[in-house]
Design a protein around this ligand. Structure first.
Ligand SMILES: [Zn+2]
Length: 534
């Protein structure tokens, strides 16, 4: 392992209220709060105690990092372990630390190390709190470098800052040596490092951390397996979808026919597969077909099979999807689109539990659970006579209605992050992350194409993003400016007005008295406009 192999993302795990750094807990601090603390210390205690406190704080931190580095990694050499210190310092955002010179003598007794600190946060803090300094002020940085190197070398290494950004120099520079090599020169500085016995404490702590990590690893191994074997819906954050999943879970083990409804792209097939996996038929096949994708004659032969010679091109006997799905589940998507004669055939299958291949007379028994899905209003279709009501009632013994994504906004970000992970693997951009600026856009867009549109949006953004960060500009304009009426300049005022009224009603979940407040119109006007709409 080399110092340059370190990657921050791999060192950190973010969980609720906790940033875990391989068993240690890290906290993010605001630099302005720190500069206020520095100012308070300087004013309250004076410069010498302040410098000692901050130096020792940095020293402790450096020792902790050095201990962690040897606990976690096998270094190619003592030199690489030493070089990992400045890398860690940089990864943690404290400064950009560059090793200018590093000399270890043959027996690793003496060290000479020169580091430059670019963009020192501490120098910035000092400038903000106190102003230009007369002497170098990167006390925490020198403490850190000293603590880190002392831990690695197992002897006192003291860094002295020779020039500092806070004294109007372009960069900060520090020299580190063992106390012996420094000689008398280092004596005035030692007072800031006193009580260097921290090493013993850190070693004890390191032992404890090792033990607790081993314990955690053991616990992880023993976690009950059922959780991962259950097909899970990671995106269940919204009460609306939680109810749907709960219903689906409850009905999965019964053999009743199901009708899944909802707009296009809400994930009806995913839901059907979920139910199949939870059902008692989960050892049997799951077979799906989009009924709108095939013309009537082909669809019949696809579903029920055919006898050789029953129509042109039917050269062999062929079994259909119902037979293929025997002892399993068949998923019929876009069921609202099938023709009247196929509706009749399907009704017979549901009633008699048998199918007849096209061109045959002999029925064959099938044992299949039917899950159908549609984005059409089937009740309306039965009233209009385009869909058989008997079939409708047979299919929808239980109906599961999946809400559109805009009614379950709590699920948008978990889904988006899931797709980021999935596509970053698929598209071989493994470290892609969403920039925090994207989150508002994702949550505020109404997603007319639902989850499928979100999925496509994320895939497109990952393809387009230049570095490994997805930024708002990687989204399409309609997501960035969704309600921009000038986006389509060919619409009339009346169209825009009606669309706005619909959006407001959606926002208020159909509450008209709230809607008229937002729209600034009377109840009567709203009523009249809605009437026009019908
Ligand atoms: Zn400095």
């Amino acid at each position: 392992m080399k110092a340059t192999d370190l990657k921050l993302q791999e060192l950190l795990t973010f969980s609720d209220g906790h940033i875990d750094f391989q068993g240690r807990r890290l906290v993010l601090h605001d630099i302005n709060a720190f500069s206020q603390l520095r100012k308070d210390l300087l004013e309250g205690l004076g410069p010498v105690p302040t410098r000692r406190i901050l130096t020792r704080f940095g020293y402790y931190w450096g020792q902790e990092d050095a201990a962690a580095m040897t606990r976690m990694f096998k270094w190619d050499s003592l030199e690489e372990w030493l070089r990992a210190g400045p890398v860690m310092h940089s990864l943690q955002g404290v400064t950009k630390a560059i090793v200018q010179d590093l000399q270890l003598d043959e027996n690793s007794e003496h060290l000479f190390m020169e580091i430059t600190w670019h963009n020192s946060g501490e120098a910035e803090e000092h400038l903000a709190a106190v102003g230009i300094a007369e002497e170098p002020v990167c006390w925490m940085l020198t403490g850190y470098a000293s603590g880190y190197a002392s831990f690695c070398m197992n002897k006192d290494i003291i860094f002295i800052e020779t020039q500092c950004y806070a004294t109007n120099k372009p960069v900060c520079t520090a020299i580190g040596r063992d106390v012996e090599s420094w000689g008398k020169e280092v004596e005035p500085y030692l007072t800031y490092f006193h009580e260097i016995e921290i090493r013993k404490k850190i070693l004890d702590l390191t032992e404890k951390l090792k033990l607790s990590e081993q314990k955690l690893a053991k616990q992880r191994k023993n976690l009950p397996k059922f959780k991962t074997s259950l097909p899970s819906f990671f995106e269940v954050n919204s009460p609306a979808f939680e109810r749907v999943v709960e219903l689906a879970t409850r009905v999965a083990t019964y053999d009743s026919s199901l009708l899944i409804t909802g707009e296009s792209g809400v994930g009806k097939e995913v839901m059907a597969r979920y139910i199949h996996r939870l059902s008692l038929r989960n050892q049997g096949p799951f077979v799906g077909i989009n009924c709108a994708a095939l013309p009537e004659s082909l669809l019949a032969s696809e579903l029920f099979g055919h006898k050789a010679g029953s129509f042109t091109g039917a050269s062999h006997d062929r079994c259909g999807l119902f037979e293929e799905a025997n002892n399993g589940t068949i998923f019929l998507d876009e069921i609202g689109d099938i023709s009247p004669s196929l509706q009749l055939n399907l009704l017979r299958v549901l009633q008699e539990r048998e199918i007849t291949r096209v061109g045959e007379n002999q029925p064959r028994k099938v044992n299949v659970r039917v899950i159908a899905a549609t984005n059409r209003d089937l009740i309306k279709a039965t009233q209009e006579g385009t869909f058989r009501d008997e079939l409708y009632y047979r299919l929808r013994v239980i109906e599961i209605e999946i809400p559109p994504l805009r009614h379950r906004t709590e699920d948008i970000l978990p889904l988006a992050r899931f797709f980021v992970e999935r596509f970053s693997k698929k598209l071989k951009k493994p470290n892609v992350k969403l920039d925090a600026k994207c989150l508002n856009y994702l949550q505020e867009y109404t997603w007319p194409g639902n989850i499928r549109e979100l999925e496509n949006t994320i895939e497109r953004a990952i393809v387009l993003c230049n570095d490994e960060i997805i930024r708002p500009e990687d989204f399409s304009l309609k997501i960035l400016y969704p309600a921009n009426p000038t986006a389509n300049p060919h619409r009339s005022l009346a169209e825009i007005e009606i669309e706005h009224i619909q959006n407001v009603l959606e926002l208020t979940h159909g509450n008209k008295s709230q809607a008229i407040k937002i729209l600034g119109i009377s109840q009567a006007t709203l009523w009249r406009k809605l009437k026009q709409l019908q």
